[in-house]
Design a protein around this ligand. Structure first.
Ligand code: C2E
Ligand code: MG
Ligand code: MG
Ligand code: MG
Length: 285
């Protein structure tokens, strides 16, 4: 009986593999065209200071305006871009675009805004990374102290010596580093304390579990106090409710990034958002 089943499931398995390989190849081809054909776009999600309410910076988040599928989210194509290596040129395009916007933001009257960009594991391990980033920021002529690169623990723990070398080189240029999705990996902040990391981003799963699981409160509290004792700032991701904000503020979390304040939005919407917040801030109490 097992043998008979094995025959049919083999054929089925084979067909599945065939479909997914074909799908993967198509996706990669489409992505390559997307990069050439200007179908990629950055959205910007504000990061708000929990004490002053000011917008301190934005995270640049990639979107794909697909000709037939419409707006495609990064979770649907970043994995394919990583598997194919396309994430390397895509990632450099993201940094270039972010630098361009960084300059524009100062011209539009919003100097001092931090621009955070995600770096994938694969991109981080590109041997030309530091020299390419150096060339991009040199050509863009931006204030590098406003450029922040977000990395996950796994990207750094894979080869700690390499990570240390890269982070040191880039931080000498003025670039700062944030630890993204913190709490979901296996490393601890003390393992990473010799790296030039100035900010920790608490993964949204902890923020969203607030009030539902007692553990998330303890975890968030512990991350904040440890980060602060290591002179790192803390951003909480994924804050959607007033209750979550209150808790984060009580725990002296520095900034939040979440739908409560704003969703990721196109550049022109961000400019409107910034103007509106400035106007509100100028109104008498
Ligand atoms: P991430 O770097 O952790 O970015 C934060 C994600 O959380 C964003 O999803 C954002 O929209 C979402 N988020 C923020 N606040 C809330 C909230 O209040 N509620 C909920 N439900 N979600 C919230 P997005 O834009 O879909 O990006 C997903 C992931 O894709 C990013 O996670 C990042 O890992 C990756 N990604 C995005 N852009 C890039 C890029 O340019 N390069 C690379 N390598 N990865 C990118
Ligand atoms: Mg990020
Ligand atoms: Mg994150
Ligand atoms: Mg994430």
């Amino acid at each position: 009986e097992a043998k008979r089943d094995a025959g049919t499931s083999y054929r089925f398995y084979n067909r599945q593999l065939h479909i997914s390989a074909g799908h993967q190849i198509k996706l990669e081809g489409d992505l390559r065209n997307a990069l050439r054909g200007n179908e990629l776009e950055l959205y910007y999600q504000p990061r708000i200071d929990l004490v002053t309410g000011e917008v301190r910076g934005v995270e640049c988040l990639i979107r794909w305006n697909h000709p037939t599928r419409g707006l495609v989210m990064p979770d649907e194509f970043i994995p394919a871009a990583e598997r194919s290596g396309l994430i390397v040129p895509i990632g450099y395009w993201v940094i270039e675009q972010a630098c361009e916007r960084l300059r524009e933001s100062a011209d539009l009257g919003f100097p001092g805004l931090v621009f955070a960009v995600n770096l994938s594991f694969r991109q981080f391990h590109d041997r030309k990374m530091t020299e390419t980033i150096f060339r991009i920021i040199f050509n863009a002529n931006v204030d590098t102290s406003l450029l922040e690169l977000e990395l996950t623990e796994s990207a750094m723990m894979h080869d700690p010596d390499y990570a240390q070398r890269c982070l040191r080189e880039l931080s000498q240029l003025g670039i700062s580093f944030a630890l993204d999705d913190f709490g979901t990996g296996y490393s601890s902040l003390t393992n990473l304390q010799h790296l030039p990391i100035s900010l920790v981003k608490i993964d949204k799963s902890f923020v969203q579990a607030l009030g539902q699981s007692g553990d998330s409160e303890h975890i968030i509290r512990a991350i904040i106090s440890l980060a602060h004792s290591l002179q790192m700032s803390v951003v909480a991701e994924g804050a959607e409710t007033e209750g979550q904000l209150d808790f984060l503020r009580e725990q002296h979390c520095d900034e939040v990034q979440g739908f409560y304040y704003a969703r990721p939005m196109p550049w022109s919407d961000l400019i409107t958002f910034l103007h509106d917040r400035n106007r509100l801030a100028c109104l008498p109490e």
